[in-house]
Write a protein that binds this ligand. Structure first.
Ligand SMILES: C[S@@+](CC[C@H](N)C(=O)[O-])C[C@H]1O[C@@H](n2cnc3c(N)ncnc32)[C@H](O)[C@@H]1O
Length: 265
């Protein structure tokens, strides 16, 4: 079983809540990446682990030609509705279904950390990128900079360990992004941190958003059921409740920009 098979299953539940509540919580990250990269008209962009397609939508709005790949078919259905002009494919980031040297930019917004073999996924990204093209790998900052790490840790403690590989996880690439990319043949340009404030109107919305998909949430829902998992979320986000009854969680996301240097062959 590849990471895509397991991840496709874990990310294929709760997709409406994911798209409605959770996906937009990293909008500051997307905006920062697009401002940094520019995405000029006609740029051929592949978004790996595109989910329900918000980043694809924003890149297409800038004039980019967009492709999206994800392991979860239900998320891709939403992405197709949202970005009808893009081309979406169901597949695995560790074995991309594209010929070599076709994209100017490959992005992975909080997705590459789920590969069983991160280096293989970044080498695949390089294979499909034109010489001089670029890579953006966005991931979570270190756990101590992410208020959402408390609920993920609490859920994980209630679950049996993941089988071999296990898909890495949100914090697997928080350190060493540049070294990993270099090891996969890329030339790192820059690493940037962006703080995203996750906002929920009330506890019910926070529970739906925070349990809308991914290895920890989906496994928790199967192992301990909605009520217990929702209780864990309520307990761990209690410190982030604000006066109007809503919740605000500050999370740092970190992204690397790298180039496919011609001289590296
Ligand atoms: C945290 S979500 C991020 C989705 C989207 N990029 C966003 O920013 O909302 C991670 C995504 O990576 C996808 N994914 C995880 N492992 C994958 C793999 N091996 N191949 C393709 N997609 C994968 C999941 O299905 C999921 O949509």
């Amino acid at each position: 079983m590849t990471s895509g098979t397991a991840q496709g299953f874990w990310w294929g539940v709760g997709v409406r809540d994911w798209a409605a509540i959770q996906e937009g919580q990293v909008r500051e990250l997307y905006d920062d990446v697009l401002a940094r990269i520019g995405a000029p008209a006609g740029l051929r962009v592949l978004d790996v682990g595109c989910g329900s397609g918000l980043f694809c939508r924003l890149a297409a709005d800038k004039g980019a030609q967009v492709w999206g790949l994800d392991a979860a078919a239900p998320l891709l259905d939403l992405a197709r509705e949202r970005v009808p002009e893009a081309s979406f494919a169901l597949g695995d980031m560790e074995r991309l279904p594209y010929p070599g040297t076709v994209f100017d930019l490959v992005t992975g917004m909080n997705s590459f950390h789920y590969a069983d073999d991160h280096r293989r996924a970044l080498r695949e990204a390089r294979r499909v990128t034109v010489p001089g093209g670029r890579l953006v790998v966005a991931t979570w900052g270190p756990p101590e900079t992410c208020e959402a790490s408390a609920y993920l840790t609490a859920l994980s403690r209630l679950l049996p360990p993941l089988p071999d590989g296990g898909g890495g996880g949100p914090f697997a690439l928080s350190g060493g992004l540049a070294a990993l990319a270099e090891n996969a043949g890329w030339t790192p340009e820059e690493v940037r941190d962006v703080t995203c404030v996750w906002r929920y109107a009330d506890l019910a919305e926070a529970q739906r958003g925070l349990l809308a998909g991914g290895p920890s949430s989906t496994r928790a829902l199967r192992e301990i059921g909605w009520d217990r998992a929702a209780e864990v979320v309520a307990d761990t986000i209690a410190p982030f409740r604000v006066v109007d009854g809503g919740y605000r969680l500050r999370n740092v996301f970190r992204y690397l920009v790298a180039t496919n240097d011609l001289r590296k062959g």
